[in-house]
Design a protein around this ligand. Structure first.
Ligand code: SF4
Ligand code: SF4
Length: 66
Protein backbone atom coordinates (compact mmCIF):
# COMPACT_ATOMS: atom_id res chain seq x y z
CA UNK A 1 0.00 0.00 0.00
CA UNK A 2 1.31 3.42 -0.89
CA UNK A 3 2.12 5.59 2.06
CA UNK A 4 4.13 8.50 0.69
CA UNK A 5 3.69 10.81 -2.26
CA UNK A 6 6.84 12.26 -3.73
CA UNK A 7 6.77 15.43 -5.81
CA UNK A 8 8.22 14.89 -9.28
CA UNK A 9 9.34 17.62 -11.67
CA UNK A 10 9.31 17.02 -15.43
CA UNK A 11 12.16 18.96 -16.98
CA UNK A 12 10.99 18.48 -20.56
CA UNK A 13 7.63 20.16 -19.82
CA UNK A 14 8.70 22.90 -17.40
CA UNK A 15 8.63 26.43 -18.79
CA UNK A 16 10.70 27.84 -15.93
CA UNK A 17 8.01 30.39 -15.00
CA UNK A 18 8.66 30.16 -11.26
CA UNK A 19 4.98 30.00 -10.28
CA UNK A 20 5.59 26.83 -8.28
CA UNK A 21 8.36 28.52 -6.31
CA UNK A 22 6.13 31.50 -5.53
CA UNK A 23 3.11 29.36 -4.63
CA UNK A 24 4.87 27.03 -2.20
CA UNK A 25 3.74 27.84 1.36
CA UNK A 26 6.79 26.19 2.90
CA UNK A 27 9.25 28.57 4.51
CA UNK A 28 11.88 28.53 3.14
CA UNK A 29 10.46 27.30 -0.14
CA UNK A 30 10.59 23.59 -0.79
CA UNK A 31 10.85 24.12 -4.55
CA UNK A 32 13.24 26.62 -6.08
CA UNK A 33 13.79 27.28 -9.78
CA UNK A 34 17.48 27.89 -10.40
CA UNK A 35 18.70 28.50 -13.95
CA UNK A 36 15.58 26.85 -15.32
CA UNK A 37 15.83 23.78 -13.16
CA UNK A 38 13.63 22.90 -10.23
CA UNK A 39 15.36 21.95 -7.02
CA UNK A 40 13.05 20.21 -4.57
CA UNK A 41 14.01 19.92 -0.93
CA UNK A 42 12.04 16.93 0.25
CA UNK A 43 12.80 17.72 3.87
CA UNK A 44 10.71 20.89 3.45
CA UNK A 45 7.99 19.61 1.08
CA UNK A 46 4.87 18.37 2.86
CA UNK A 47 3.23 17.27 -0.41
CA UNK A 48 0.44 19.83 -0.06
CA UNK A 49 -0.10 19.81 -3.83
CA UNK A 50 -0.43 23.56 -4.29
CA UNK A 51 2.44 23.79 -6.79
CA UNK A 52 1.00 20.83 -8.72
CA UNK A 53 -2.28 22.72 -9.10
CA UNK A 54 -0.63 26.06 -9.88
CA UNK A 55 1.81 24.87 -12.56
CA UNK A 56 0.33 26.08 -15.88
CA UNK A 57 1.85 23.26 -17.94
CA UNK A 58 1.44 20.38 -15.46
CA UNK A 59 5.16 19.78 -15.12
CA UNK A 60 4.71 18.76 -11.49
CA UNK A 61 3.02 15.62 -10.30
CA UNK A 62 3.14 13.11 -7.51
CA UNK A 63 4.75 9.72 -7.63
CA UNK A 64 3.33 7.41 -5.04
CA UNK A 65 6.04 5.41 -3.39
CA UNK A 66 5.25 2.17 -1.70
S1 SF4 B 1 3.82 20.13 -2.74
FE1 SF4 B 1 3.45 21.97 -1.45
S2 SF4 B 1 5.18 22.01 0.00
FE2 SF4 B 1 5.76 20.64 -1.70
S3 SF4 B 1 6.90 21.96 -3.12
FE3 SF4 B 1 4.73 21.91 -3.78
S4 SF4 B 1 3.76 23.71 -2.83
FE4 SF4 B 1 5.71 23.30 -1.76
S1 SF4 C 1 5.14 26.30 -12.25
FE1 SF4 C 1 5.53 24.55 -13.62
S2 SF4 C 1 6.32 25.46 -15.53
FE2 SF4 C 1 6.49 27.00 -13.89
S3 SF4 C 1 8.59 26.74 -13.08
FE3 SF4 C 1 7.21 25.51 -11.81
S4 SF4 C 1 7.27 23.42 -12.72
FE4 SF4 C 1 8.08 24.87 -14.24
Amino acid sequence: MADYEKLVWNETICAGCGICERSCPSEPGAIVITEGKAVIDYSLCDACGICVKECPVKALSFDVLA
